[in-house]
Design a protein around this ligand. Structure first.
Ligand SMILES: *Cc1c(COP(=O)(O)O)cnc(C)c1O
Ligand SMILES: [Zn+2]
Length: 450
């Protein structure tokens, strides 16, 4: 049996297109059945020795495994609570992860928000509380760990936003070099985060797709490790940790266990009935599904939740493929204000389509106006300030509820993927301007109508 000091439980990587399985060391990114650039790739899916992991759980190993946090000790206060506590289900050794607290974000019970929707059990997973302010830290931590384990001195990515910021932060924490390809038109605020963390930032005079392809070629040529979304198979593995946390946190919440008629306090994991997540390239939703699928496969939960993927009407490529029964989306010209989900040719559609089809969920489209408006109740009634792409998931829940897709008693989790401070101009657009007054009390009384 692997220990944290030796190997992992990873047994191979399986192509979702042709079914071929590779040993972990024999391939880095995509299958040779479709190695070319573009969004129709032979995407690989990490496979683990689930029997061995299940046996470990049955043994109810003590509060720590070799001095290390494990899923079997997640209630122990001494165990680490970052993503490293899921090490048996990760493709990297816990010691390789950067020393930053990634994951363990709050799952907030949102009773006031629930009431406005006629729901009883609504929870918000606030992933904007990760170190660089977005969900992407979960994946970038694994990318840096994998680069360290395979002896690649430089890790690179193409991104305009949160994935790059996350890689910059994780690289800095691990004292690893990073090179980031951004389209020259990328927003200044996002480029600032990269530069502050000390990444080498290369502004490509072209589109995101040009930057993506150049990054692939540079990594091939110079031996760098490529973190690109929908290309590096291990990113799903970091992203799935959100599902482990949600199921563990719902079990800790206790009242959900009783409602399900389960043996209450004994359940270590409880899957919700439905999960809402925003979708751009489709990588996060693929990870969310993988995590819940693994918990169910291991026999630790009773179901895989229905997974709802929410896109903007102005960036709907994966939704359209799902609606039309296609395996490979037709590219669109994306124009949504939710920049983190603005995607022309989605890179991880295979995993995204699988997530929704196999969980009996749906893709839903919301207008940009509804996305921006959703920021307000999320903050005022739910306590979470989300960037537009984060609020998109909640806008999707509002739509699902108006379409009658949910039962009132369902346990619903909305994942807020990014912090509102990432995009202040969008927030100002719906929040309005402050009243400007002279520095005297009469002015306060007048404006407050006192
Ligand atoms: C990247 C991102 C998404 C979408 O994730 P995909 O994997 O591209 O579907 C949603 N919200 C935020 C804040 C993101 O950074
Ligand atoms: Zn293949």
């Amino acid at each position: 049996m692997p220990s944290p000091q030796s190997e992992t439980f990873l047994t191979g990587l399986q192509c979702l297109r042709c079914g071929r399985t590779f040993s972990p060391g024999s391939v880095d990114y995509v299958c040779s059945c479709r190695p070319n650039r573009g969004s129709d790739l032979g995407h690989l899916d990490a496979v683990y020795d689930y029997d061995a992991i299940g046996a470990m759980r049955k043994g109810r190993a003590g509060p720590s495994e070799g001095g290390r946090a494990s899923p079997f000790s997640f209630r122990s206060s001494s165990a680490g609570r970052t993503i490293e506590r899921w090490w048996p289900l990760l493709p990297v050794k816990p010691d390789s992860l950067p020393p930053l607290p990634v994951g363990d974000t709050p799952l907030l019970r949102a009773n006031r928000l629930a009431k406005t929707l006629g729901l009883q059990n609504l929870f918000l997973k606030d992933d904007g509380r990760n170190p660089s302010g977005s969900f992407k830290d979960r994946a970038s931590a694994v990318a840096v760990a994998r680069a360290r384990e395979t002896g690649r001195e430089v890790v690179a990515t193409a991104s305009t936003g949160n994935a790059a910021a996350a890689l910059a932060a994780m690289s800095a924490a691990a004292a690893h070099s990073s090179v980031i390809f951004v389209p020259r038109s990328a927003p200044q605020a996002k480029i600032a985060q990269l530069l502050v963390y000390g990444s080498r930032v290369l502004a490509v005079d072209g589109t995101y797709d040009d930057a993506f392809d150049l990054c692939v070629r540079a990594c091939d040529e110079f031996g760098w490790y490529n973190r690109n979304t929908g290309y590096n198979p291990y990113m799903t593995e970091g992203k799935k940790t959100v599902s482990f946390e949600i199921a563990a946190q719902l079990a800790e919440a206790g009242d959900i266990a009783r409602q399900d008629g389960k043996s209450g306090n004994d359940a270590l994991f409880i899957a919700p009935d439905s999960v809402f997540v925003s979708v751009g390239d489709g990588s996060i939703i693929g990870g969310v599904y993988k995590g819940f699928w693994e918990l169910h496969t291991l026999g630790w939960t009773e179901r895989v939740p229905r997974i709802f993927g929410i896109q903007s009407t102005a960036s709907a490529a994966i939704h359209n493929a799902w609606r039309d029964g296609l395996e490979v989306p037709q590219p669109v010209v994306a124009e949504t204000a939710a920049d983190s989900i603005s995607v022309n040719a989605p890179r991880d559609a295979t995993k995204a389509l699988r997530a929704v089809r196999e969980s009996d969920g749906a893709f839903l489209l919301v207008e940009d106006e509804a996305i921006l408006q959703a920021i307000l109740p999320l903050a005022r009634l739910g306590g979470v300030f989300a960037e537009p792409a984060g609020a998109t998931a909640f806008a999707g829940l509002q739509l699902a509820q108006s379409l009658g897709l949910l039962e009132p008693g369902e346990t619903v989790v909305v994942i807020s993927t990014g912090n509102g401070l990432k995009d202040v101009p969008s927030a100002m657009r719906i929040a309005g301007e402050p009243a400007v007054i002279p520095p005297d009390l009469d002015a306060v009384a007048e404006i407050m109508k006192l």
